[in-house]
Structure formats: C-alpha cells, structure tokens
Ligand binder design. Sequence first.
Ligand code: HAM
Length: 413
Amino acid sequence: MKVEKPRGTRDFAPDEMWARTLVERKMSCAIENYGYRRVSVPTFERSELFRLKSGEEIAQHMYVFEDKGGRELCLRPEATASVCRMFAEELRAYQKPVKVYYSGPMFRYEEPQKGRYREFWQIGVELIGPSGPESDAEVIEVAARSLKSMGLKFELEVGHLGILRGLMQDLKVKEEVQDDVISAIDRGQKDKAEKLVKDKVFFDLVELKGDKKIIKKAEKILKDYENASKALGEFKGILSYLDALEVDYSINLGIARGLEYYTGMVFEIRVEGLGAQNQICGGGRYDNLVELFSGLSVPAVGFAFGFDRVVEAVKEQGIEIPKKKIDLVVAPVSDEVREEAMKIASRFRGNCSVEVDLMNRKLGKILEYASRINARYTIIVGPKELEKGLVVLRDMKSGTQKEIGLNEIERIF
Ligand code: HAM
C-alpha cells in the first residue's frame, strides 16, 4: 500500500537536513549574540489563543480539531501569541527585558506553491518589556545581522502601523473598522479599503515609499493630524537608530502585515529569485498582545523568519553550504580483525565522528564508500600491522598512507 505525505508537507533527506541545520545554527548564533535565549512552545494550542488577536487571515488558515475531551485545539499557525501566553504563565517573573527566540514548525492551511507550505518552519525573536525606539531598531538589526551572517543579500522595508492607525483615529474611523482597513491594504484590496476610509489623505500616506526624503512628505500630509504626527515622530526616532547602526532600509508606509496585533513599527524583508513568495521575514511592534493574556500592560516587538525561504534564498544566491564530513572511517581488511576495528572506532568517537564498515565490504569498496561520504581519513586495520600495535592511516584527500600507532592517532584527533 502506498501512502503519500500530506499536501504541503515535505520530507528532508540527510543532505538537505544538514544544510538546514547549518543555516539554523548560524542564524541562532547571531540571534544569541544579542542576548536572546531559546524557548519552546507547544505545537498545538487552544484555538482561541490565535482567534483573539492574530486576525482573519490567520484564523481562516488554521488547522483546527477537537480533542477527545471536546476541547477545540489547533496546530500553531505562528508562535508570537504562544510566547505571550508563555509570558503570562511563566516569564512574567523574569528580569526584563525578556529576550527569547524559537525555531520550529508552524502550520497554515494555505494553497501550496513554491515557497508556501502547509507545514513550514520559522525562527522567531520576541523582545518583551521595552517600548523605546532603540528596541525597535535593535530587533530590526538582529534580523538583518542574522541574514548577513549567512552572506545573504536582501531588501528591508520599514513602515509604521501606529501612523496609519493614528491617522484613522484622527479621521474618526471606528476602532473595529480599522483592522478591516489594515487587512484590506495587506491583501492589496484598495477598493475595499477605499469603501471603509473615504479620506484621500489616508491613501496618500499609504502610497508613500522610498528613502528618508519621504518623511518630509509625510510630515506635510500629516501636519493637521495629531495622533498620526505623534506616531511619525516615534518612527523618525527608530530610523535615526537604524542609521546609527548602519542598517540599510527603505521606507514603505503601506506595509500593513497580515496579523492584527501590530501597533507600531512594522518591517518586512524580501530577497530576489524566490518568485512570488519572496518575503523571508516579517515583524513589528505589538504593544497590546501581552496584556490580552496577562492583564499586564507590557510592550513587545519581534519578528519571524520564514526559515524554508531563507534556506531557498541561500541556495538561490549560490552561497556555499559545506557538506557534512566524517572524520574517520575504520576499515577491517578481514573478519578476524573486525572486532578490533569496532573497538578502535568506539575509542575515537569521544572526540570525532567515526564510521566503521558494517556492510562486510572488501577494502577497495570501503575506501570508495569513505570518499563518497567525504571522510577525512580511513584507518585500515590489518592483522599483521595489529600484531605490531599499528594500523594504516590513509589521508583521503591526498591518497597517501602510512603505518602509525593508535596512540599517535589519538594525538591527531
Ligand atoms: P508572518 O509574516 O505571518 O509573521 O510570518 C513570518 C514569515 O513566515 C513570513 O515572512 C514568511 O517568510 C514565512 N511564512 C509564512 N507563511 C508561510 C508558508 N505558508 N510557507 C512558508 N513560509 C511561510 C508571523 O508569523 C509573526 N508571528 C512574526 C512576528 C513575530 N511578529 C512579531 N513577532
């Protein structure tokens, strides 16, 4: 009976998994250098966790099921809400700022295509506690630095939902309509947004894109709007820090993001060559989400990489990922030394990666196998040499070999 994997899921064979592991390690290391510590949250949660504030877009695409106790659960579509729940249950006692990151699979019932899966991985970063512009800037810098640590070229756009929401407040657009406007802009449904907000000034603002010069234009557009101008002032503060940190960015005041919980700065990162699904990172400030779960008014800001797309981009941009190497292969030349070969392999495994022939191959075939798996050295174990306490060490790169004592090998590894 042939059973296929579910649509939108993937298997990762060892070579692919090795590449993913290396990219994940590099990015995690860059994130940890900013003081973030890894956490893990459940892969399934109560559905209401995401229904409360993640927005229509997320709610529509959730994998929802009822467990045997009749509870409505879902596979997590993202992890920011989970981290906020975790903060309410556990992390509130921690020293602030609370700096955490996670790496793992998320699930969205979307139409699969290149770069869009139903099971996909995110590496996400959440900074809980600070509200100042320097924290927004630092979070953006973490994202940029982690991608740079991989040697990736990318484009980063920053916007500010506080400006859009502030302007809607100034224009007396009702709070409950504001989310629909933001969602329509995110989906590119300008007609729908225009039905909800009648004032042209709002769309003049949404269309502002470019370098820092557009700030002057925004100031002009917003001069009579108090809440929006205040948010623009905050945005300028964030941009100054980004300039000081030498983070390259462009401004796009039309960034709306698909999730409802954002309140201030928002940003997105794209790369070339991935086709339609070229957004590899998205994030922003969400100052009301922690309060929803904990009752404590605690500001927060964060982002998540679409890890699968990052790995794709690494390949697409021709960035070399070193192949997995085995340090040693131990090759018994005959059955009488097989036990000894097993013992030798075992002896070196404390310090390095070692394989021993388990297929009963002839020496020539073991050497072929060793070069195929990129082994650095092969230890050839023969009865005559063993009697003298020696083995043959073959350098798999140069093909040279010499007799050598096992203690001496120990000094090499
Ligand atoms: P998001 O924009 O929904 O934000 O997802 C972040 C990234 O995950 C996207 O930029 C994209 O690269 C990747 N992604 C999303 N859906 C898929 C999919 N179906 N297949 C492959 N990759 C996908 C969030 O999830 C927020 N929790 C980010 C955040 C953290 N904001 C604040 N903190």
